[in-house]
Ligand binder design. Structure first.
Ligand SMILES: N[C@@H](CCC(=O)N[C@@H](CS)C(=O)NCC(=O)O)C(=O)O
Length: 210
């Protein structure tokens, strides 16, 4: 089947949208990058809200409409580019494991991280926001202890086969230093990040923000 999926990825530097960006590069997808400038608050302006009323990146615009939420985008790209082998598409249990890993990053780990700079989502009281910030390093450490010991099978997240989970893990593990977490306590995650950073797809995606 010919690829007729011209895609536009709405992304911003230093965000979770890097995961989808890496996966589009891995797939050799036909896409263009649209950068949303957070320093100008573009994510909250009407032009972007017309694309994604959530005011967040990533958003992926394709021929059938806009998709949001990283786990959905990652699986979508893996499914429309099956030849790239970015997900175990024909093994229900392995595919559920992939979804489970991505759901954990999206709903638990990313949200734990967001308490550092986005505490205003949960409390107006500045003292409460500061208290949430002080929990970030401990919560991220606990999340990555679980990833290191239980979830990252090695060498890739799902074991021998590289998948979209790896791009997502790499993206979020890149936030640890800024969150005050020493990555050296997680040797498998550190080694994973080092291997990821050498992949041409990762280098191409990262270069787009420099
Ligand atoms: N659950 C969403 C989270 C998206 C999200 O929160 N993106 C952040 C960047 S990492 C964002 O756009 N923040 C803009 C803002 O809060 O104004 C996903 O996984 O895609």
């Amino acid at each position: 089947m010919p690829h007729t999926h011209h895609l536009r990825l709405f992304s911003a530097a230093g965000t979770c949208a890097l995961a989808t960006h890496i996966v589009l590069e891995e797939a050799g997808a036909d896409y263009e990058l649209v950068k949303v400038d957070f320093s100008l608050g573009e994510q909250g302006l009407p032009a972007f809200l017309a694309i994604n009323p959530k005011g967040r990146v990533p958003a992926l615009l394709g021929p059938q409409g806009v998709l949001t939420e990283t786990p959905a985008l990652l699986v979508y790209v893996a499914q429309i580019y099956p030849a790239a082998c970015l997900a175990p598409l024909h093994d229900a249990f392995a595919f559920a494991r992939l979804q489970s890993f991505n759901a954990y990053l999206c709903a638990t780990v990313h949200v734990a991280h967001a308490h550092r700079r986005r505490g205003a989502r949960w409390a107006d009281d500045t003292a409460a926001q500061a208290a949430m910030q002080r929990k970030v390093a401990a919560n991220m450490t606990a999340c990555f202890r679980l990833i290191e010991d239980e979830l990252l099978h090695g060498p890739w997240v799902l074991g021998d086969d590289y998948s979209v989970c790896d791009a997502y893990l790499y993206t979020i593990s890149g936030w640890l230093e800024g969150d005050g977490v020493d990555l050296s306590q997680f040797p498998k995650v550190s080694d994973h990040a080092a291997r990821m950073s050498r992949r041409p797809a990762v280098q191409a995606a990262e270069a787009a923000y420099r």
